[in-house]
Design a protein around this ligand. Structure first.
Ligand code: FAD
Length: 459
């Protein structure tokens, strides 16, 4: 743990949201930092693009204000007044059943009336509080957990589409303990999801769990962080080697063969699993085992942003978007109604839709060329939303390794991080392979990392 006055800075490797957040907290505590980012700009997978009156997110689309630390962080950056909550018009969330969009019920009465679930599934739910909890040490797939507690239909028409939308993943293979730790804890602590959810409901009815972005897109967040870091953020600088020395750490980094070695008091790695697996560590016991992180599955995803004239889309687009259950056998994971969600995403008289394709369900579809993808999206949106004709704007963004899958047995990777850290004090690991995949998880990860370095609570 370096004292705040330590002459040597802390190296933060990776200028995505995790690394930038960690660096910001460290500086707030008076600890000097250097952030190394391999690409030309900061923000990692966050990428908001403005063109011809359209504003689209090539990567993540929104952030969940699920914890006080996310809200406080955005405020502390001075971005509070720019926070743009999801519009009221986006309250509906649709799931496709039998080829048609069905709004997910938002009230007990809506639940009774919905055609998303059969009567037998609805009545079956009444038994949930009386079902036994699983033993604390048992690791279950998301599917097994949901079928056991809620029944098959809830897996097929609620959880499966949700998992497709969040992880682009397969609930048969994801571990409920690692992929949805809050759900797992709900059962362990309360013996029932319904009882636990009821006890944990927000008594103030306040803004818990609201979704937000910014007028210029999510990129406002990393851009603000990058500005505050000034020239302590070194972009286009890839770290090759992390070396433990008798007195601290050295980092070898650079570009185009022009490498430079600098000394640091501690090293924070905020990298995707495969980048960390490729980093060269010297004099760090057990670090060679980090190569095992290559085994973490990251299915490919394509994000297709399409813009249409309003009159060419029959559906009112009165919601957040639609999610697709696997049992529907369609070729999309889901579609966000981007211009309903946040203002300023499409020129006047137009609407914007963002469609996700691939994931563990249909990875091969991501190999289609741009024309094929555009055609596929046109066909699917045509039958689901009554979209007619060609889009007036289209952007295809490919993520060959999109999101780490917290599959059964993921605990071995978590243990590996902890083991290497324990063997080399001053070395810290965070990011979406360790601390959770959402942006909110990554912001929390950055805060945790800063705290781990200084030993003092970060704001
Ligand atoms: C298509 C897509 C949609 C998503 N949608 C959402 C969403 O709507 N909401 C949500 O909450 N989450 C979403 N996520 C998840 C979330 O965006 C990510 O988990 C999160 O942004 C990861 O941040 P990070 O900083 O940990 O990693 P990254 O963003 O991957 O950043 C890591 C950085 O490290 C750099 N780097 C790599 N190797 C080196 C090296 N050797 N030296 C120096 N730098 C290096 C990389 O260039 C990169 O900038 C989405 C993810 C994807 C891919």
């Amino acid at each position: 743990m370096p004292p705040a006055s330590s002459a040597l800075p802390v190296a933060v490797i990776g200028g995505g949201i995790t690394g930038l957040t960690a660096a910001w907290h460290l500086r707030e505590q008076g600890v000097p930092v250097v952030v190394f980012e391999a690409s030309a700009g900061a923000g990692g997978v966050i990428s908001s693009l403005r063109q011809d009156g359209w504003l689209h997110e090539a990567g993540p689309n929104s952030l969940l204000e699920g914890s006080a630390s996310v809200a406080g962080f955005v405020d502390a950056l001075g971005l509070g007044p720019r926070r743009l909550y999801a519009a009221d018009a986006a309250k509906n969330r649709y799931v496709v059943r039998d080829g048609r969009l069905v709004a997910v019920p938002a009230s007990p009465l809506g639940f009774l009336k919905t055609r998303l679930f059969s009567w037998s599934a609805k009545f079956g739910l009444l038994g949930e509080p009386f079902r036994a909890r699983s033993p604390a040490d048992c690791e279950e797939s998301v599917s097994d957990f949901v079928v056991r507690r809620l029944g098959r239909e809830f897996l097929d028409y609620a959880v499966n589409p949700f998992v497709g939308g969040v992880y682009a993943g397969d609930p048969n293979r994801l571990s409920v303990r690692y992929a949805f730790p809050k759900l797992h804890a709900l059962e362990q602590q309360h013996g029932s999801l319904l009882r636990g959810a009821f006890k944990q409901r927000n008594p103030t009815g306040g803004p818990r769990g609201r979704i937000f972005s910014f007028p210029d897109g999510l990129a406002e967040l990393p851009l603000t962080l990058a500005r505050s870091l000034g020239d302590t953020l070194r972009t286009a600088t890839r770290v090759q080697t992390v070396r433990r020395t008798a007195t601290g750490w050295e980092v070898v980094a650079g570009a185009d063969g022009a490498m430079r070695t600098d000394a640091f008091s501690a090293v924070v790695c905020a990298l995707p699993a495969d980048a960390l697996a490729e980093l060269h560590f010297e004099h760090v016991p057990g670090a060679e085992k980090l190569a095992e992180l290559h085994a973490i599955e990251h299915p490919p995803v394509v994000s297709v942003f399409t813009g249409y004239r309003r009159e060419n889309v029959a559906h009112p687009l009165d919601g957040f978007g639609l999610l697709m259950p696997e049992v529907e056998h369609r070729r999309v994971l889901g579609t966000l109604f981007s211009s309903t969600l946040f203002p300023g995403r499409a020129p006047a008289g137009h609407v914007a839709l963002t469609t996700f394709i691939g994931g563990t369900r249909w990875p091969t579809l991501t190999q289609l060329d741009d024309t094929g993808l555009r055609h596929l999206v046109g066909e699917e949106l045509g039958s689901l939303l009554g979209v007619r004709g060609e889009p007036v704007y289209c952007d295809v963004r490919r993520w060959p390794r999109a999101i780490p899958q917290y599959t059964l047995g993921y605990g071995r990777f978590k243990k590996l991080f902890a083991k290497v850290e324990a063997a080399a004090p001053g070395l810290h690991f965070g990011g979406n392979a360790r601390d959770g995949i959402s942006l909110a998880n990554c912001i929390e990860s950055g805060r945790r990392l800063a705290q781990a370095v200084t030993g003092r609570p970060a704001a």
